[in-house]
Design a protein around this ligand. Structure first.
Ligand code: IVH
Length: 749
């Protein structure tokens, strides 16, 4: 089979399995088989850069960061929708339709209003051409690179498809994934997202699509924009088209031709919507017939043929009985609201995270207050605000410092306060227990170390971890490697609860389970690759993908502990900060006179050169944003800490030496086939061009060249449109050739 045929076959196969997994939730092949096919395609694409396609499933991992988003005009304006809040208003809407269309029976559909971010997708000849945000309704941001990373969003359509199809839909973050993301952020001391919609909007705004690929977004279609080459008559036709093209479609849907039918559908959806895996805030009622829609038309703001019934958000007052403190694996201390139990969005809620001290202070939340509780995204219990009129006398503001008396609630060792400034204006204040031997931290660290995604140790869950730490057998994860069957068999577990409601006698861990656990501990020495080990160590900000990236860049753990790459990443961040600070254009600290200006300019230019040098040193590694300055600093801090040094000593004493399974030495300079016109050349694109940048990027890559985000000593050419200031300056300075669009095209010929 020809490579081109094989590549096409693999691409459609992978897209099909992707759809089965992410949209239909009924995979037909094992993950390992999917990975194998994916790697096969990757290898073939690498060997045949001329067959590159931006819609290949391999592109879902994201690409180089953009400088900004291009603007695109929507083929048809993206309108808003009129909201109604009562059943009477719904009846008014239906009566208006009857009057305006001059007949009694009007077929309408009722479907959930997904609380996400409105998106338009344009498919030409069955392939995603571009996607955009709503923007002002006429013009939006072109965010194709970000959208491509969304697994449930089809990059190619199943045949038969119309020549051109513009789909409107919602990008959102499923509730469970949102909860997990916030937990991770809380654990890392980062600001959490208020709800899934904010998390989605914040993610889609990222210029680095590789970061977007790591966030669990999903897509569901709910409307038709423009279409060419096919006539549709009704909502039913539209839905059949979505199904036959494998575009995920908004469900459940009710169809009715009476006003009573509408009311019962919105009531039923009101019950069911809380069980949907994503946040919804209403029911959208639409006329089914497309010709009726055209006849009714739209105001400048919203169509006359649709309306959104908004469900009242479930918020209830309850009493804040107490504030307790939880200790996380990283040592972060999280305040938790102990609430008088209250029923909210289908469950009883008695605890809610208060995130951090800033959250409590911003809302002036005090113990004893009556608070308004809700479920964020209908899933995460949260305190919205204090009902100030109901504040009992004598409450005082909550202070973590006073409450904890400066010590960790689990180990009584001193705690420290840090202001994490992800956003400079509103730093998040967090408290941390820094005692590496804190029992709560030790339990969390041990559970993390043993979990499936880490070293996958058999039979070591949270309850066993608690007992191992309580008994003193294990103080830190590496102690596991010195455990003996005999002592482990004797470990006393909590009595089990019997079905009769009584408790059993205290149980021992037992020889059989002890043997299994010790075997799996021993196996992990030889079997688990470096990436699992790094993840298992639980260093802040080092999750699974950062661990994999570290093991791509290093062969062993000692290599990481003395890594030049990590040092360079930190140095770069420091230099960049210094450069901004001394820049004569620093608005916060402008130069006082010409002498200072020129001195600072000199310093600034010198820093620029050092930055350039450092960038050049690591450019070839193409390091993913998982290993940024924060992650690198955390790693270096870990290896320099007393705890880290002891860890490494124990690690060596135990004779542990996991090796990287994906180690890639510095990539060779020219990987592209050399007979291609742009082989071995690196391009940077800047300024306003006559076509979207993605098109030029594709042309360059098809010619065997590479496109990078910033000008450096490795840049061969700068493709420059109008404007493009700083990159053009840098290229001038480094003597990089600057090309016009026409020059690029003639090079490709
Ligand atoms: S249909 C032209 N259906 O709500 C108006 N919109 O419309 C027809 N939305 O930002 C809109 N779920 O993206 C429609 N099932 C649904 C929807 C839905 C969410 C969003 C839409 C828009 C907003 C107002």
């Amino acid at each position: 089979m020809s490579p081109s045929k094989k590549i096409n076959e693999l691409r459609s196969l992978l897209e099909r399995h992707n759809h089965l997994y992410y949209v239909e939730a009924r995979p037909e092949i094992a993950d390992a088989e999917y990975d194998r096919l994916f790697r096969e395609l990757e290898t073939l694409e690498h060997q045949h850069p001329e067959l590159d396609d931006p819609n290949s499933p391999t592109r879902r991992v994201g690409g180089a960061p953009l400088e900004g988003f291009n603007q695109v005009n929507h083929p048809v304006p993206m309108l808003s929708i009129d909201d109604v809040f009562t059943e009477e208003e719904v009846l008014d809407f239906y009566q208006r339709l009857q009057k305006n269309l001059g007949r009694k029976s009007i077929t309408v559909t009722i479907e959930p209003k997904i609380d996400g971010v409105a998106t338009s997708l344009v498919y030409r000849d069955g392939a995603l051409a571009y996607g955009a945000t709503r923007g002002d309704g006429l013009t939006g941001d072109e965010i194709t690179a970000n959208l491509r990373t969304i697994p449930s969003l089809p990059l190619t359509l199943k045949t038969p498809f119309p020549a051109m199809l513009e789909i409107r839909g919602e990008v959102f973050m499923p509730n469970k994934a949102f909860a997990r993301l916030n937990e991770e952020r809380e654990e890392a001391g980062l600001q959490t997202f208020a709800n899934p919609r904010n998390a989605t909007a914040g993610t889609l705004k990222q210029l680095d699509s590789r970061l977007v690929a790591k966030r669990p977004l999903a897509f569901i279609a709910h409307g038709l924009g423009a279409i060419e080459g096919l006539d549709l008559l009704s909502e039913g036709d539209f839905r059949s088209l979505l199904n036959s093209c494998s575009i995920p479609c908004n469900e459940p849907v009710w169809t009715t031709d009476s006003s009573n039918g509408v009311l019962s559908a919105i009531r039923e959806l009101g019950q069911r919507r809380l069980e949907l895996p994503y946040a919804t805030d209403g029911a959208v009622i639409k006329i089914a017939s497309l010709s009726d829609r055209a006849a009714l038309g739209a105001t400048s703001r919203a169509p006359r043929w649709a309306v959104a019934f908004k469900y009242p958000p479930e918020q209830k007052p309850t009493r804040l009985l107490d504030i307790t403190i939880q200790v996380g694996r990283s040592g972060i201390l999280t305040p938790v609201a102990e609430l008088e139990p209250v029923s909210l969005s289908a469950t009883t809620v008695s605890r809610a995270t208060l995130h951090n001290e800033s959250f409590i202070h911003d809302r002036d939340i005090r113990i004893g207050d009556t608070v308004l509780a809700h479920k964020s995204g209908e899933i995460i219990p949260e305190v919205l605000k204090v009902i100030i009129e109901d504040r009992p006398p004598g409450t005082k503001p909550f202070s973590m410092e006073e409450h904890l008396q400066g010590t960790c609630p689990a180990c009584n060792s001193p705690i420290v306060r840090r202001a994490n400034s992800e956003s400079k204006e509103r730093p998040v204040v967090t408290w941390w227990c820094e005692n590496p031997l804190c029992p709560n931290k030790a339990v969390a660290a041990l559970t993390h170390f043993a979990q499936r995604k880490a070293l996958d140790l058999e039979g070591l869950g949270e309850s066993v971890a608690i007992k191992l730490v309580e008994s003193g057998m294990v103080k830190s994860p590496l102690d596991l490697f010195s455990l003996r069957i005999q002592e482990l068999s004797g470990l006393l577990l909590d009595p089990a609860r019997l079905q009769t409601g009584e408790s059993s006698k205290p149980r021992r861990f037992g020889e059989k389970k002890a043997k299994l656990l010790i075997d799996s501990i021993n196996d992990s020495k030889a079997d688990q690759p470096l990436s699992r080990w790094i993840f298992a160590m639980g260093i802040p900000q080092i999750g699974e993908s950062a661990s994999r990236e570290l093991s791509r860049l290093h062969k062993t753990l000692p290599d990481i502990s003395s890594s030049e790459i990590l040092r360079t990443i930190c140095l770069l961040a420091d230099l960049e900060e210094e450069r901004k600070e001394v820049s004569p254009h620093n608005k916060d600290r402008p130069p006082r006179d010409d002498a200072e200006r020129s001195a600072r300019k000199k310093l600034h230019d010198a820093l620029r050169e050092r930055i350039q040098k450092a960038e050049d040193e690591i450019a070839d590694y193409e390091i993913s944003p998982d290993i940024g300055a924060v992650a690198s600093r955390n790693l270096i801090a870990f290896f320099n800490s007393q705890h880290g040094k002891e860890f490494m000593q124990q690690f060596e004493r135990l004779g542990l030496c996991p090796e990287s399974a994906n180690f890639l030495p510095r990539p060779s300079e020219a990987s592209a086939a050399t007979d291609m016109p742009l082989a071995g050349k690196t391009f940077v694109i800047t300024g306003t061009l006559s076509q979207p940048r993605s098109i030029y990027k594709e042309m360059i890559e098809q010619g065997g060249g590479k496109v990078s985000g910033s000008v450096s000593g490795n840049t061969s050419y700068l493709l420059a449109g109008e404007g493009g200031g700083s990159k053009r300056d840098k290229a001038d300075k480094l003597g990089v050739d600057i090309l016009s669009e026409d020059q690029l095209i003639s090079m490709l010929k």
